[in-house]
Design a protein around this ligand. Structure first.
Ligand code: DI6
Ligand code: FE
Length: 413
């Protein structure tokens, strides 16, 4: 390691979930500098190697740092009032049609300064990090003007600079129709394609482009125009699709080689086949399903059978998923969607990283535990990886390691 004076650090006798599977025997993990340098069964750990290491601890479970691949963490205001309306029986769609919902957050987000948005988002992100997140996607989508969308993306970038976490940003200009464009959604899509995407790309503020393909948002044809503009600027695409109805947005996204189709409760067989062919990830968001008290389940068995990778994320946002607790989403993915604990955990590690396009990076990206990968790790005080999904129990994270640095440490507190 050129010029890296750091002593390798060793965790021994741990149960290891490597991002896809649990290793069958007790393992040792060694971190050297910013990377994982060794992953080996305890039986193969010789004294020479161990003696050169600082011993960090033993026992418990090590997983990759969690990857939350779908969040809307940056926003102004609160929607607690709508929560109450929904409890009285008003639907999410009805609230949106009345000009509330996403548009009420748009008003508050436009009115907030960049610093105010940063200060509001920071504790939300810190909550995710305290529950093990080391990589997180943050979307825009509550600005809906060129200036306000760029403002949101700058806040997301700043969060990644200020805190020890990988932030991947996504431009979600086509999230809702802003009031200025009422009755002319095509004109708004023109603005997204001709001004918003080029500006975000030019300023290096967006790592991907997302759309909300839904009857209360944008049509498949409109979303396809957004994707064409994203492609012209070299940005990967993804879609909120088949959340409330089946418009075929996921299949269209797959035709554009989308990183992921997200929500997908209403996905049909053709959509499953399209995702499989494109290698796109199905991102499951049980927090939104729970909050909106949906009853239509995503086609988990069909996705599993087709071998479509399934990710799990919080969808943390002020409306449909005001949930900042990723390990709770592992539990929800199992109890509500019938994922296995292994699938859920892979969904928030290896498959989440894949949904963010992080798997393709040379040397292995985050989301996996392998020699050469960045040392983003969680060391948990649990008896098995499945326990993370089984019990809803804060306080089990012993250490969080980001890029080789221990950033949370209750083991040595
Ligand atoms: N689907 C969602 O779950 C979020 N956006 C979207 O298109 C919800 C956004 C909100 O309600 O504020
Ligand atoms: Fe969302």
């Amino acid at each position: 390691m050129a010029g890296n004076p750091k002593t390798p650090r060793l965790w021994r006798d741990v149960i290891l979930f490597d991002g896809l599977d649990t290793r069958p025997e007790p393992m040792a993990v060694i971190v050297t500098g910013e990377r994982i340098s060794h992953v080996l069964p305890m039986a193969e750990l010789d004294d020479g190697l161990a003696d050169g290491c600082e011993e960090m601890g033993h026992g418990g479970v090590i997983t990759p740092g969690l990857v939350d691949c779908h969040t809307h963490l940056v926003f102004g205001g609160s929607r607690a009032d709508e929560f109450e309306q929904r409890l009285e029986g008003v639907s999410y769609e009805e609230i949106a049609r009345r000009g509330g919902g996403i548009l009420s957050t748009v008003q508050a987000t436009r009115a907030a300064s960049e610093d105010e948005l940063f200060d509001a988002a920071r504790p939300r992100l810190e909550a995710l990090m305290a529950d093990g997140v080391t990589s997180v996607e943050i979307k825009s989508g509550y600005g809906l003007s060129v200036a306000d969308e760029l403002k949101m993306l700058r806040v997301a970038r700043r969060l990644g600079e200020a805190l020890p976490v990988r932030v991947v940003t996504t431009l979600l200009g086509a999230h809702a129709l802003p009031p200025e464009f009422k009755d002319d959604s095509d004109a708004y899509i023109e603005l997204v394609c001709r001004e918003m995407i080029p500006a975000a790309a030019e300023q290096g503020l967006a790592d991907a482009v997302d759309v909300f393909c839904e009857t209360i948002a944008f049509s498949v044809a409109q979303c396809e125009r957004v994707f064409a503009a994203a492609e012209a600027h070299g940005l990967p695409v993804k879609a909120h699709a088949e959340q409330l109805s089946n418009l075929g947005g996921s299949a269209m996204a797959a035709r554009h080689g989308a990183l992921s189709a997200d929500h997908v409760e209403y996905l049909d067989e053709a959509g499953v086949a399209a995702l499989r062919e494109a290698g796109s990830v199905a991102v499951l968001l049980p927090g939104a399903f729970h909050t909106l008290r949906e009853t239509r389940l995503p086609p988990i068995a069909a996705l599993r059978e087709a071998g479509v990778p399934m990710a799990v994320a919080t969808d943390a946002n002020p409306g449909s998923s005001p949930i900042f607790n990723p390990t709770l989403m592992l539990n929800f993915a199992c109890t509500l969607f019938r994922l296995t604990p292994r699938e859920a955990l892979a969904g928030m590690t290896a498959q989440g990283a894949r949904a963010l396009g992080l798997r393709e990076q040379g040397g292995g990206g985050p989301g996996r535990i392998a020699a050469g990968a960045p040392a983003d790790l969680c060391w948990w005080d649990i008896e098995s990886p499945a326990a993370l999904a089984y019990a809803v129990q804060p306080g089990r994270l012993r250490q969080r390691i980001f890029n080789g640095e221990v950033t949370h440490d209750t083991a040595h507190a």
